[in-house]
Design a protein around this ligand. Sequence first.
Ligand code: 13P
Length: 339
Amino acid sequence: MNRTELESIARAMVAKGKGILAADESSGTIKKRFDSIQLESTEEARRTYREMLFTTPDAAKYISGVILYDETLRQKTKDGTPFSQYLTQLGIVPGIKVDAGAKPLAGFPNETITEGLDGLRERLAEYHKLGARFAKWRAVIDIAKDIPTRFAIDANAHALARYGALCQEANIVPIIEPEVLMDGDHSIERCEEVTSAVLQSVFEQLDSHRIHLEGMILKPNMVISGKKNTSRAGRQQVAEATVRTLKRFVPSAVPGIAFLSGGQSAAEASEHLSLMNKLGNLPWELTFSYGRALQDEALKAWGGKADQFAAGQKAFGRRARLNGDARNGTYTAASEQAA
Ligand code: 13P
């Protein structure tokens, strides 16, 4: 493990004014996204879509890193430059999703465990050769009656830490992503309670597994009401609860925290991040690692049509810039009209 190298990659990933684009949808997930614009998910359509995002003018001003999927890491721009090389030349760090997905946890109805540890050391070595300098592993914790169980939280935290240790051994910065889903009808208080238990377990396991905290990035959910809750907490409350919870459980040695959007609208995700940065007095960098909240508008504007390639880029560039503002704490709801 080269600690200096890990630290400098991690710092680049959370550089001021920038954040991470999560474009690591698995083949199944990207098919769902393409279904929404009635586009068939062929390898060439996936390549074109990712090229549209990555070659957006000025993207590098607001995007510090891109999480790729295995297929995408092996693809090239239409001029024949491997995507990882193209991004690196722009100063954008290429990363790779390495987990094999959340699978039902035997004996624990409605809970999952993320798989993908077998053979991971060898895969990481190959990904490093292909240009990846950071990786992502997502654990999924759902909130409902009687779940999550302590056992499922700990099992997922343990797997996250084992993955993290293998990444650092390979000089790849691990994004540690424990996602508490916002799909239910739970209150923000319940989300805070579960997120607290999850973060506590994750950092306990990271410590046991001798993770170099200065060479990792945390990718958490925000502390937020469930989507089906009929009286959801306001935006300022989400910002305050999220920062309070993170301050309780995330050591200041961690260089940065990059949120997932988890089903929030694009504007909601931007405003929450901005309000948190506006609070100030934070021991880590706070930024975005959004998938849907960065891509939805671009996907729609493009619609899979060659003559709307530039329109898709324009939409992506705009949303990246707005999130760059949010990362600085200067985005407000009014920014939507002005942009
Ligand atoms: P969303 O921002 O769409 O939640 O995706 C981020 C991500 O990488 C989930 O693993």
